[in-house]
Design a binder for this molecule. Structure first.
Ligand code: MG
Length: 380
C-alpha cells in the first residue's frame, strides 16, 4: 500500500490521478492533496477521499476542508511535503512553481511521479544533483517519457542508439509559417488529438512543449542531446520509441489517455488492470504516418536543443518567457507568433549562469517574465 501526496489535484493530470487511485483501493491511499485556487473542487475531492489528512491551497479564502491539517498560501505545497507522511509524491503542478516541491520531496527521500516538466526544463541541473545525493527516483508521467521508460525495459542503457520522441505537431501543424500570423486563441486551444490544460495546448502548437520534452528526456534518461531525436507523427498513437544499437526499434502505443502513464509511474514495475473508456483498437486504427521534423517550421524546438546543450539557467529563462508569453497570448495581448519572438528575445537577453542555485533560477524566471512584459510595452 503506497501513501500518495498529490499536487495539482484539480487539474487535468490531477483529476486522472484521482481516477487511477480510485481504481486501486488495495494499492493506494491518498493522504494529501494540494491545489492552486480551485477551492470548491478541492473541497469535493477531500469529501470523496476520507483518507486525506493534509490539504494545501494557494488561495487564501475561508473554505473549510474535512481533514486534520490545512496549509494556505504560496508555501502550501512545501508545508504539505514536510508535514505529511507519504511514500510517493505525484507532482501534477503546471509551471515553474512545481520545481521547488520536486526538490523538497527528493530531499525528504521520497520518490516523485513527475508530470511537472518545468522541474526538469528549468531546474534539471538541481534535480539531477538532488537525485544523486539522496538516491531517490523520478518516474515520468509525460506520455512520451512514460513510453520511452517502458521501451527502455527492453535493453540496457549503453545499448541505446537514440530516443525517438513523437510529436503530433499541435493545432496548427498543417499551416505554413505565414498562415500562423492570423490564428486566434480559440483555434490554438483546439488540439487535434489530446484534451489537455490551456498552457500545454498552446505549448504544443508552438512546439515549445516538444522542446521541453527533449530537455526532460535528457535529464530523465541521462543521455546526450545528439541521442534524443524527434519525429512528426500526426496520430499520436505511438507515444515514443527507443532505437537500440542492434537497430531494433521498440515503440509504445496507446490511446490518448493519461491514466496509463500515470498508473505506470505510480506502480512501476507492475502493470495492474486499468479500466479505460476508449482503449486503443488496432483494427480501427487506419494508419501510422511519420514525417521528418522541420526545424524551420518549428524554431522553438531548435532553440530548445540550444538551450538544453548550454544548460545553466537558460532553461529557466526559456520556460519563464514561455509561461508569460502564453498568458499574454491567452489574454489576446500578443499574437501567436509573438510567443516565439518573446522566448527567442528573452533567451538572447538572458544573463548566463553556468552553475545556478535555486535562488538564481527563481531570479532568472522572474527576469524572463519581466523581460517579456517590457518587450511588448506592458506594465511590469
Ligand atoms: Mg507530452
Amino acid at each position: 500500500m503506497k501513501r500518495i501526496l498529490l499536487l495539482g489535484a484539480t487539474g487535468s493530470i490531477g483529476t486522472q490521478t484521482l481516477d487511477v487511485i480510485s481504481q486501486h483501493p488495495d494499492l493506494f491511499e491518498l493522504v494529501g492533496v494540494c491545489a492552486g485556487n480551485q477551492s470548491a473542487s478541492l473541497k469535493k475531492i477531500v469529501e470523496d477521499f476520507p483518507t486525506i489528512k493534509v490539504v494545501g491551497i494557494a488561495k487564501e479564502d475561508d473554505t473549510e476542508f474535512a481533514c486534520d491539517q490545512v496549509y494556505r498560501g504560496s508555501d502550501n505545497m512545501i508545508q504539505c511535503i514536510q508535514n505529511c507522511d507519504y511514500d510517493l509524491l505525484v507532482n501534477a503542478v503546471v509551471g515553474f512553481r512545481g520545481l521547488e516541491p520536486t526538490l523538497a520531496s527528493l530531499k525528504k527521500g521520497k520518490d516523485v511521479c513527475l508530470a511537472n516538466k518545468e522541474s526538469l526544463v528549468a531546474g534539471g541541473v538541481l534535480v539531477r544533483k538532488m537525485l544523486q545525493e539522496t538516491h531517490t527516483h523520478l518516474y515520468p508521467i509525460d506520455s512520451e517519457h512514460s513510453a520511452i521508460f517502458q521501451c527502455l525495459q527492453a535493453g540496457k542503457h549503453d545499448e541505446i542508439k537514440r530516443l525517438i520522441i513523437t510529436a503530433s505537431g499541435g493545432s496548427f501543424r498543417d499551416k505554413s509559417r505565414d498562415q500562423l500570423n492570423t490564428v486566434t486563441v480559440k483555434e490554438a486551444l483546439s488540439h487535434p488529438n489530446w484534451n489537455m490544460g490551456k498552457r500545454i495546448t498552446i505549448d504544443s502548437a508552438t512546439m515549445v512543449n516538444k522542446g521541453f520534452e527533449v530537455i526532460e528526456a535528457h535529464f530523465l534518461f541521462d543521455l546526450p542531446y545528439d541521442k534524443i531525436s524527434t519525429v512528426l507523427h500526426a496520430q499520436s498513437l505511438i507515444h515514443s520509441m527507443v532505437e537500440f544499437q542492434d537497430q531494433a526499434i521498440i515503440a509504445q502505443l496507446g490511446s490518448a489517455d493519461m491514466r496509463m502513464p500515470i498508473q505506470y509511474a505510480m506502480c512501476y514495475p507492475d502493470r495492474p488492470i486499468l479500466h479505460e473508456q476508449h482503449p486503443l483498437d488496432m483494427t480501427e486504427t487506419l494508419t501510422l504516418d511519420f514525417k521528418k521534423m522541420d526545424y524551420e517550421r518549428f524554431p522553438m524546438l531548435k532553440l530548445a536543443y540550444e538551450v538544453g546543450r548550454k544548460e545553466g539557467n537558460l532553461g529557466a529563462c526559456f520556460n519563464g518567457a514561455d509561461e508569460q508569453a502564453v498568458l499574454l497570448f491567452l489574454e489576446e495581448k500578443i499574437s501567436f507568433t509573438q510567443i516565439e519572438e518573446s522566448i527567442q528575445k528573452a533567451v538572447e537577453a538572458c544573463e548566463y549562469i553556468k552553475d545556478p542555485n535555486l535562488a538564481d533560477l527563481k531570479e532568472t524566471d522572474r527576469k524572463a517574465r519581466q523581460f517579456v512584459r517590457k518587450y511588448w510595452g506592458l506594465e511590469i
